[in-house]
Design a protein around this ligand. Structure first.
Ligand SMILES: [Zn+2]
Length: 199
């Protein structure tokens, strides 16, 4: 039997799917919107839709952008000879906030899960290698997360990049093992990229 749910339950359910939103918060947000002026609800809905319509992946680094190239790739003031490899687009803002990195990025869109074997096919690894072969890259900073998947990915990439004769570095230890770059504090992350070590 199909469950019939009304607009209130439906929105509570949708909010509950978001990270960090439990059923209580979902309900609070829904009732807040019910009480808010029409305009606010429309603006929220419009912002969500335009996020999906206008945002695409940068064809160079696979970060997200609403322009042809992302702000970092199109910035000639950045050092394009350094590429910082991250797992997700959401890892870039925390690294940018540290103000300690002036190179460009490459987003893998995931990490290798050792439990499922060395499957890197769905990651942007081929694209990274062709960037390294094509561009004048002097250093690759492996900034995958300091957890099992991130370490496995970093080691896998090192094996691929080493023959190209490019300097490889890894974020300094200091970020706790199992940490997520996205949630690291700015100071620790800043030190970690500044004091990156040969890998
Ligand atoms: Zn880009």
């Amino acid at each position: 039997m199909a469950v019939i749910i009304g607009p209130v339950e439906r929105l509570v359910e949708e909010f509950s799917k978001l990270p960090g939103i439990g059923p209580k918060s979902a309900q609070r947000l829904t009732y807040h919107l019910l009480r808010s002026p029409d305009k606010d609800a429309h603006e929220l809905a419009e912002a969500i839709l335009s996020l999906r319509e206008k945002i695409h992946l940068c064809p160079v680094c696979f970060g997200i952008t609403d322009k042809e190239l992302c702000v970092v790739c199109q910035d000639e003031g950045r050092d394009h000879s350094k590429i910082c490899v991250v797992e997700h687009p959401s890892d870039i803002p925390p690294l940018e906030r540290t103000g300690k990195y002036n190179g460009v990025y490459h987003v893998l869109h995931g990490a290798i899960n050792p439990a499922r074997g060395m499957e890197g096919d769905n990651l942007k690894i081929k694209e990274l290698i062709s960037r390294l072969e094509g561009d004048v890259v002097e250093e690759v900073v492996l900034a995958t997360n300091p957890n099992l998947e991130g370490e496995t990915t970093a080691m896998y990439l090192r094996r691929l990049i080493m023959p190209l004769g490019i300097r490889i570095s890894r974020l300094a230890r200091g970020l706790p093992f199992g940490a997520d770059l996205e949630y690291a504090d700015d100071v620790t992350l800043g030190q970690s990229i500044e004091e990156r070590r040969e890998f």
